[in-house]
Design a protein around this ligand. Structure first.
Ligand SMILES: [Cu+2]
Length: 708
């Protein structure tokens, strides 16, 4: 049995593990039809805490190279994935060419709206590495019970205690400490509590801080970060039911965002979740409630060289409050397993831009937005002629509205006129979307064949629909363009086909997938100047005042994304093996001859791994290709390919203590990170407008101490 996997890229084990994790989390009830589970379509990254002796194919947890403070970088190592790097704590996961809200991202199964209109706090912002237990990534299409998600979908489970056997309360802890040289950063955190066979109660905490990251030519200014999390959780179980409640407070202090016009001043957020599960005869009832309240401030003058003129000082205040609920019933139906459910999501958001030097300057560029959704779904899983299949459908009813834009007297006339026009427009929208997902898989010897066919939707975000003032806020596109929304936008629809297989034998494994996604009404910025509307000249005038004379408007266009990705491994001997990942993604417009923006360059990685029972070591080479398939519409600049070399080792001293260490970018190679955006901070060692470089040589250590 292989106990150490320094680079966790073996989905067969992940699939097994995931099944086991689900079993563990929802004890005491095993899934009704374990074989028919969809886990063959999931990748699971285990970051901490697999319980000793609890599963047969055990994977030790502490072997992921946590080289960055942003946990999104962990997901970026998977086949088909990449990291949209907008700052040390502002990374978005790109999956098969999609990012932002196209890839639904949850924490502890809670779906919530970010606070910042530029996604300075994307969902993974709320998952500090010291607190992560595991991350589940849906390969390709997520099943309908996951909720709406155009491409893929991921959920991060934070650490939690396990119920024990016997009524005596026992202390339980799971603590992690991380240090990194490239930004002199540290992170400490974990969970501590007491538990018995019925009750558990715990406290969660995390503290992280780091300065600017170094690269071969100096410092990458405004890549510093600081974040703290506190929380409490409690659980109760009986033979037939389980109830859990958790509450968390996240506080992000000044954290830089070099590809944006502003930096995070603060993000203060409260999260509340409660989950209930009950066995009713053969059926399982699941209820989940969630609430999040996020308040965020950012500015362009405190943490980077201030603008030359007082009139250009900006401080933006943004808030998002999300309420969510879901109820599902899972039960056997003849030889099949049926899950039916309803889910709701209701969010209020507001964004005000101010000038901290002029109280007469304030403008409500996203005023009192409300976005509501109610969904109903059914998912049938069964086995016919030794093929497993799952068929799911969901219908969602959507509603959105915006309030009146307020504006101070110091706001220029052009913007005042745009606000008046916005306030006179019809800002209510409602619509329905219909998603279907069909999957088939079959185990045949060493092979598992996988097919999936889906049609999924994404409704426009509040910025895409309601941004009436041309600003650089763009949900993190960071392409230097100003954007305005379109009240008439339609939802995006992705029709996708995916074919792959998992092969696993004593000699190794390979899991390739080929996919094609046709995305109709893909939302993309197109030049305002080419659009026949009378107000356009005004938008251009105001946008010119805001630094971009050629603004873009979010528009429905047609696109396609296709590619192939795989992970593989080959056992050279009982202690040595080779393993790695291949990703090739293409994203293109179908209506004009252009490529999609910020698509992951082709990637190939190979690690040589040496493994013993208590320690392992690996040497990894990553080849990143040139990316010259760039978006003309987004004025995207091509980047050159490069090669990186990393080292990593893990020692397990005893069942409680694991220590890992590694060197990222051993040769301190200087390279442009294609997904990193362009530098907007003056007087940095990175030129203004230059593509942000990847981090230089980075020595990282991690210490994990737990008795779970
Ligand atoms: Cu922000």
């Amino acid at each position: 049995m292989k106990t150490y996997l320094p680079l966790r890229v073996n989905p067969a084990r992940k699939a097994l593990l995931c099944t086991s994790l689900i079993g563990l989390q929802f004890l005491p009830h095993a899934p009704v039809l374990a074989e028919a589970s969809n886990t063959v379509f999931e990748d699971v990254i285990v970051v901490t805490g697999i319980r000793e002796g609890s599963i047969s194919n055990q994977i030790h947890p502490d072997n992921e190279a946590l080289v960055a403070p942003d946990a999104a970088s962990l997901v970026a190592r998977l086949p088909g994935a990449g990291l949209i790097n907008n700052g040390s704590l502002s990374g978005q996961v790109q999956y098969r060419g999609a990012f932002g809200s196209r890839v639904s991202t949850k924490i502890n199964n809670q779906s919530f709206h970010s606070g910042g209109p530029n996604l300075m706090d994307p969902p993974m912002h709320y998952a500090p590495p010291t607190l992560i237990d595991s991350i589940t990534v849906h390969r390709g299409t997520s099943s309908v019970d996951f909720g709406p998600s155009l491409v893929g979908g991921l959920n991060t489970n934070l650490k939690d205690l396990d119920f024990t056997t016997g009524s005596t309360f026992k202390p339980q802890y799971d603590l992690t400490a991380i240090g990194r040289s490239a930004d002199d950063s540290y992170a400490v955190g974990g969970i501590v509590g007491i538990t018995n066979d019925q009750f558990k109660i715990s406290a969660l905490f995390s503290q992280e801080e780091g300065s600017d990251q170094r690269f071969a030519d100096g410092d990458i200014d405004n890549t510093f970060h600081e974040r703290a999390v506190f929380g409490l959780s409690a659980g109760y179980q009986t033979d037939l039911s389980e109830l859990s409640i958790s509450v968390r407070r996240h506080e992000t202090d000044p954290t830089g965002n070099p590809p944006f016009a502003m930096d995070i001043q603060l993000v203060e957020s409260d999260f509340f979740t409660t989950n209930y599960r009950r066995q009713l005869g053969d059926a399982t009832l699941k209820l989940a409630l969630g609430y999040s309240d996020i308040y965020h401030e950012m500015n362009n003058n405190q943490y980077r060289p201030a603008p030359p003129s007082n009139t250009r000082y900006r401080e933006t205040h943004a808030a998002a409050e999300t309420r969510s609920a879901s109820l599902a019933l899972e039960f056997p139906l003849h030889s099949a397993n049926l899950e039916v459910g309803v889910d709701f999501n209701n969010a209020d958001m507001n964004v005000v831009i101010t000038n901290p030097l002029n109280s007469g300057f304030f403008v409500n560029n996203l005023p009192d937005i409300n976005i509501k959704r109610a969904g109903i779904y059914a998912d049938l899983a069964s086995e016919v002629l030794s093929w497993n299949y799952s068929l799911g459908a969901r219908v969602d009813s959507h509603e959105s509205s915006a309030g009146n834009a307020s504006k101070g007297p110091a706001v220029p006339l052009g913007a005042q006129l745009l606000a008046i026009a916005f306030n006179q427009s019809d800002r209510d929208w409602d619509g329905e979307t219909f998603d279907v997902v069909a999957r088939m898989w079959k185990k045949y010897g060493a092979f598992t064949y996988r097919f999936s066919l889906a049609s999924k939707n994404r409704t426009p975000g509040y910025l895409e629909r309601y941004a009436w003032l041309p600003t650089a806020a763009s949900a993190g596109l960071a392409d230097g363009n100003n954007y305005v929304g379109d009240l008439a936008l339609k939802p995006e629809t992705a029709n996708s086909l995916e074919v792959g297989f998992d092969f696993e034998s004593d000699r190794g494994w390979i899991k390739p997938t080929v996919y094609y996604q046709q995305i109709d009404d893909y939302i993309q910025g197109t030049p305002v100047s080419s659009q026949p509307r009378e107000i356009i000249s005004l938008i251009e005038i105001v946008s010119t005042g805001n630094g971009d004379s050629t603004p873009l408007r979010f528009t429905n266009v047609d696109a396609e994304i296709y590619g192939i990705d795989a992970d593989y491994g080959y056992y050279l001997s009982s202690h040595w093996r080779l393993q790695g990942v291949v990703s090739v993604v293409r994203g293109e417009r179908r209506d004009i001859n252009d490529d999609l923006y910020r698509i992951t360059p082709d990637k190939f990685s190979m690690s040589l791994v040496f493994e013993q029972s208590t320690w392992s070591a690996s040497a990894e080479t990553i080849f990143i290709a040139d990316q010259d398939r760039v978006s003309d519409t987004n004025s995207e600049i091509a980047t050159d390919g490069y090669e990186l070399f990393n080292l990593f080792a893990t020692w397990r001293f005893n069942p409680k203590i694991t220590f890992s260490a590694g060197v990222e970018n051993v040769f301190d190679k200087e390279y442009e990170n294609h997904l990193g955006g362009y530098n907007r901070v003056r007087n940095s060692d990175v030129g203004l407008g230059e593509r942000l470089p990847g981090v230089g040589r980075n020595i990282h250590v991690r210490f994990h101490y737990n008795n779970r």
